[in-house]
Design a protein around this ligand. Sequence first.
Ligand code: HMG
Ligand code: MG
Length: 299
Amino acid sequence: MPLPQYARLVEVGPRDGLQNEAQPISVADKVRLVDDLTAAGLSYIEVGSFVSPKWVPQMAGSAEVFAAIGQRAGVTYAALAPNLRGFEDAVAAGVREVAVFAAASEAFSQRNINCSISDSLKRFEPIMEAARAQGIRVRGYVSCVLGCPYQGTVLAEQVAPVAKALYDMGCYEVSLGDTIGTGTAGDTRRLFEVVSAQVPREQLAGHFHDTYGQALANVYASLLEGISVFDSSVAGLGGCPYAKGATGNVATEDVVYLLQGLGIDTGIDLGRLVAAGERISGILGRHNGSRVARARRAQ
Ligand code: HMG
Ligand code: MG
């Protein structure tokens, strides 16, 4: 399969990244991060979550963040919604694209959203209906596609029906998440081979956490499978509050560098992106998880 000519990056740093930070982060710092990412040319930014603040305290204040960011025409500013209440809160905050999230593992579904996989899918139905009525696009996530922190092995055959259910209910794209970052390039190729029999490759995305240092290899393996949409976090921010020990997503800077080397266009200004990652890492007092950013700093 030829490599794609263009790839789209979904920047999840302000959500997947910041949701996992131990220290409080001000609304102003979140807004600055999103504005920096807009300036760097990201076309899709996941800004926050409308989830229970008791479950994920760092995402409280997402409405204030939405109210204060500078929105550039043509850029999608999205938020996570776990239920109808979250969807309605998101819409009230001016959000025009939401993401729902399910899991391929029952144990993770219970720990993350307190219900079974099938109950979670039922919970999304009214969101899909309301979204259709209001012209709001919905993206779907499946977590634990290459392993579960509670259940261990997850087969591609367990992922495919969940991805298909999300696609069939109206998610325009389904992002497959290696939540704990244990997957290898071989696992990734097999995953997309199996799932693409149920959901077209053009409607699938890859979401790789870098716990085992495999995320960039998994992005490349996905490209070989004809996947051209990837979720990533500036400076490799993040983890998952319900997947202990999982590190951040693959760093956006590193994915951009990989894609540039393959002649695949993203429309992102790598210099400005590196600066955005350096700034937020400084604010958080955190090691910058992007190898590209660290190499550039050393030059
Ligand atoms: P629950 O306790 O079963 O829900 O939680 P409930 O309906 O019984 O409500 C409990 C309380 O939460 C009530 O408040 C509700 O009002 C409130 P109380 O009466 O106790 O004061 N509540 C809400 N508050 C704000 N916004 C809402 C909302 N809904 C209820 N939308 C629930 C169920 C889904 C709410 C909870 O489990 C939750 O919020 N979970 C979110 C977990 C989460 O955000 N995880 C991280 C994102 S997923 C991820 O990172 C993976 C991904 O990156 C892909 C990958 O890497 O694999 C996407
Ligand atoms: Mg994630």
